[in-house]
Ligand binder design. Sequence first.
Ligand code: NIG
Ligand code: FE
Length: 414
Amino acid sequence: MSRILLINIKKLLQIRSLDTSYVSGKEMDELPFIESAYLLINNDIIEEFGEMKNSPKNLEKFRVIDCKEKMVLPSWCDSHSHIVFSGNRSNEFIDRIKGLSYNEIANNGGGILNSVDILRNTSKEDLLKQSTIRVKEVINQGTGAIEIKSGYGLNMESEKKMLEVISEIKKQNNITVKATFLGAHAFPREFTDNKREYIDLIVNKMMPQYNEARLIDFVDVFCEKGYFDIKQSERVLSKAKELGIRAKIHVNQFNSFGGIKLALKYEALSVDHLEVLTNEDLTNLKNGSTIPVALPTCSYFLGINYAPARKIIDSGLPLAIASDYNPGSSPSGNMNFVVSTACIKMKLTSEEAINAATINGAYAMGISDKVGSITKGKIANLIITKDINSINEIPYSFGSGKISEVILAGKIIN
Ligand code: NIG
Ligand code: FE
């Protein structure tokens, strides 16, 4: 049966009209809801919802799920991930525990280039297999839409392999996927002494070809000292603009040196990381239309500063939060833990964290007209919680999770 009816929902959370594409500042502390509600799904779409007293009466027409004592909210929208990778870097994890920093490990020949070596030697089939296991894992943890970056290939063939795997993931699963080209993630070893040539390769060959093959939705750059400086980043962003592709940028993870200004100049969709944010950066962001994205579990895992999320929201800006799922700085894509960490470490309220991980995450992927809220006509991507009395129990139960079922594009997953 293609129509599913959820009844007796204790609280139906995050109800928005279609014209709310994101929420900012004080609005982030509000999560509109209906108490004692129903919700009707038709195929993959939210058809109708409202108070229980108005629920359809002829139940035999539907597959009915009784949500007594449970709450329902839109699935998590994870706007920043590197979920396609091969192997892992658990050896570096131990090096860090013993005292080395993320950058020291990278400078000793580890880090991103370590994952590049492994990925180049992994077949497309194997890469898809490894990545699909992770995708299924995050689906079960309530993620309904995800952005996935390339950036562990760093040559023509292996970046293409990554992008094709992302495209396969899109086809084979009900999760909504956006693909980001991150050829400018690090300089590959073979270009250490000829950085200009690597940027030439990115802008003259990779970007046009992958764009032509319709493999990319966004372009990203790791704009950071020791990675891509302002000039190098600008070459990539300006090519993206020429091709009509929006940018999403890694900036201010370790240093603030003009990356935000650059992102704003190119009207990037999002600026991500922001662990080091100056007052000038904040002022610049207030004058732009780029959404800040914080990655709390990256800070948790690396033991670095958290992005000043309170300051960002209190200054009236919107904020999204994402997992940054990757083998080096956040080897987990569990958005429940991201939401908990945003509350516990960044001092967001439950409402703010849920807004940041749903509607604002959707906006940071350019899909807030399709996912991220309970809205008629949006994709039926839903989380059904376990029995809970307050939404605060969602971030509060860190590490265990309060999800009982997940619905993705109208299909019951678990
Ligand atoms: O977002 N900062 C750059 N890229 C990733 C880490 C990638 C890696 O270490 O493999 C990040 O943290
Ligand atoms: Fe990242």
